[in-house]
Design a protein around this ligand. Sequence first.
Ligand code: SF4
Length: 638
Amino acid sequence: MTQEIDAVLRAAGPIIELAIGEDIGPGDATGEAVLPAGQRLHGLVMVKAAGVIAGLPVMEAVFRRIDPAIEFTPLAADGQEAVPGEVVAEVRGPARSLLAAERTALNFLQRMSGIATLTRQYVDAVSHTQAAILDTRKTAPGFRVLDKYSVRMGGGRNHRDGLYDMILIKDNHIEAAGGISPAIRLARALHPELPIEVEVKNLEELREALRADQPLDRIMLDNMDMETMREAVAITSGRVELEASGGVTLASVGAIAGTGVDCISVGALTHSVRALDVSLEIMGEDSKVPAASSQRQVARVRALKEALGRRLVILGHHYQRDEVIAWADFRGDSYQLARDATQTEAEFIVFCGVHFMAETAAILARPDQRVLMPDPTAGCCLADMAGLADVEEAWAHMDSVLGGAEVQVTPITYINSAAELKAFCGRHGGIVCTSSSAERAIRWALGQRPRIFFFPDQHLGRNTARRLGIALEEVLLWDRHRQLSSEAILGARVVLWPGACNVHQRFLPESIAAVRERFPGIRVLVHPECRMDVVEMADDAGSTSHIIRQVETAPPGTRWAIGTESHLVQRLQAEHPEQQIVSLAGVPPFCRTMSQTTLDNLALVLEALAAGKVIHQVTVEAETARWARVALERMLSV
Ligand code: SF4
């Protein structure tokens, strides 16, 4: 990351000079006239709209270039998601210098964060697939390095940097060379060191490119419709990487990714930038950052917790912020926490986690217990990828193909799913599993019926099936956009729902290769919600409890690269200074919805309880809860 930032700052140097020259020129006429020479100010860089931050080091370079006496303190990292009102940096220094630099510094941060934010939206829209989002050369002149860095901060991948680092053969080149094969031959002869990509407009050209006598690195499917792209994927069958290009929008990118292409290039990431709304709030010199964990708020929560005493139990999932987890009576994984709460005499269970976790606690809670959430809108993107209606539709299709799903398929839902899906499993002879019990659950389920239908996390399902020795040919990924053939369903032992966690999906095989090169001998430990190629490259994979246990029991000095949510990794770093722990990703991914729980909304729920009001209660309808319990009890019995 440091090397990457150094490269960005080197590229930014001349642009910063230009920008300062055009804005300040010989001086800030108003500031020099109105602001007293010795006055100092303190400013907060505040995000006004939700987005992904990129460009804080560049912003710092602008302030420092204007006046080395300005102190710049980043309070967030590039690549991190920020919520409205979040302060991502603070600056202190001479008033004239701060105000002179303000506009130029904000222009860089706003543009770069705008690119990162849009990129993250595209990345999230394809997170149910393996497809990567690529940028293009449609960058602002002079800004290429900054624009491409911002794309990376949003979770996208860079296409070629320019005309010099990759061969991209397009229709004009093909025409001039007299065909695809001659064009590739000519390019390979002059530049054997460069990767080669060929653009094709139809399936005939695709077949020609695949027949070329020189190896190709990638084929670009230019402006093809969905059906043609699907055919192209089938024809290519993994021999060459396929890139979809042309007219990609946020509305269409998910379906394009669903065709099975490997990557999708999106010009809009850098040519249609909408700046992120960020401002510099100027305060008095001695003002402090209004941190959520201010002493006042801490004292308030402490007093409320004491007042509620044993009537209250606070549960904190491992991925919660430090300021929240500090108040948890129990810290752990979702299922264990829900069970812990039932063992207490508490009448109010406040679950600091996401919605499906509070639902699970409500299903297991005693009749005299009520479950609340500090922010009941905190969902889980993985759980949200499988709705009951879609799963029932898939079940009905399997029922008709197999002549009775009830005797042919055992449904398994990962605990990260809505209560309705747990109940679906209860009703249909199925089971719930956690990441640590998935192996036992699948073995049990395959003992009941010849196939399993696993939802919503395809990666946990695939990784566990592999551990059990099930061949990939027997694993079928459900397609929500078209009906799968009877042969495909009949030939499958494991049918996977195409869901994925957009936090764990960010870890890539490249991340493992990079960390191993940087820290020889490091142990790579990942969560099984990561992609199969990542899990298979890692030294070990397991649930969050497994990850914690491995670190706790390792000898001092062990080096770890951990592939899970960043709050947990940071906590392990703080709690185990005797070990060397790094995040597996250059930009550690954090769970946006987990972070919706703050000290403020925790205090709000406790305050209401202390005043005799129950707010933000999470309930599960009685019949749904009854069947969900059946599936959960099966999990305990296997
Ligand atoms: S980390 Fe992934 S699976 Fe866990 S709550 Fe967040 S989105 Fe859901």
